[in-house]
Design a protein around this ligand. Structure first.
Ligand code: F6R
Length: 242
């Protein structure tokens, strides 16, 4: 695990540079896309790179990490909507090449299985962008998740629902109780994992992920077993590292 401590502004550009290099080597690379605040500067930098003609995502493909269960199509907090706004609509990627778990499927377990199959059929994820929750979750693999888990339905913890209420106008009751999420075993199959975290609220989770014992209680610790992980943090998120 390589840990880079830098400022928030540089994080987005550094990851965008990695993605640019990947796409030069492999124009149809498969990107793993996170939603939330953490990846926004990466998507900004990619959008700027595309507008300057420095990279093209025209042949790239993408898989999002997770989705709330039961948010109607077009709901502003639905991750499919969020990724379209934050990323897809701002770069030259084909919207049909972006895949997301279907949180409205009549059979959610079957939708999870289909998602796993779609990732495999695409040849797996080349570069997975991750944020981390204050409780150490990655995607929506909350504490206690099986370290070998695959895409499945999960119940969100109270902590994560509180953390995410800010996207729902502060209304905790509006935050769904359930989600579909790639599993830790799914994420571990990505060829390169890039995790970004900023702010003191992430410091404890970053400390456990980098220096703690591998445990389902801090799901991100599984990344210690991945052969190619890059962690980019600002000073505040790195403040509990020894
Ligand atoms: C989002 C996701 C989550 C977030 C995490 C951090 O697709 O999978 O694991 O990365 O909750 O969220 P932010 O970046 O908003 O602090």
């Amino acid at each position: 695990m390589e840990v880079i401590i830098t400022n928030e502004e540089s994080i987005g550009q550094l990851v965008a540079d990695d993605i640019t290099n990947l796409l030069r080597r492999t124009p149809d690379a498969v990107l793993g896309l996170a939603t939330g605040s953490s990846p926004l500067r990466i998507y900004d930098a990619l959008a700027e790179g595309v507008s300057r003609g420095e990279l093209s995502l025209a042949r790239a493909r993408g898989f999002t990490l997770d989705e709330y269960v039961g948010l109607p199509e077009g709901h502003p907090c639905r991750y499919r909507t969020v990724i379209d706004e934050d990323f897809t609509s701002r770069v030259d990627i084909d919207p049909a090449a972006i895949h997301a778990p279907d949180g409205n499927a009549p059979d959610l377990d079957a939708a999870c299985l289909r998602y796993e199959e779609a990732i495999s059929a695409a040849g797996g994820v080349d570069l997975q962008i991750l944020g981390i929750g204050t409780d150490g979750h990655i995607a929506f693999n909350e504490p206690g998740s099986s370290l070998a888990s695959r895409t499945r339905v999960k119940t969100l913890t109270e902590q994560t629902r509180r953390d995410n209420a800010r996207f729902f106008d502060g209304d905790l009751d509006a935050v769904p109780m359930h989600c579909l999420t790639q599993g830790l075993g799914t994420i571990m199959q990505a060829r390169h994992v890039v995790l970004v975290a900023t702010g003191s609220g992430k410091a404890e989770a970053v400390h456990h992920m980098v220096e703690g014992a591998v445990s389902a209680l801090w799901p991100a610790t599984i990344l210690q077993h991945h052969p190619h992980v890059t962690v980019l943090v600002d000073d505040a998120a790195a403040s509990r590292l020894q």
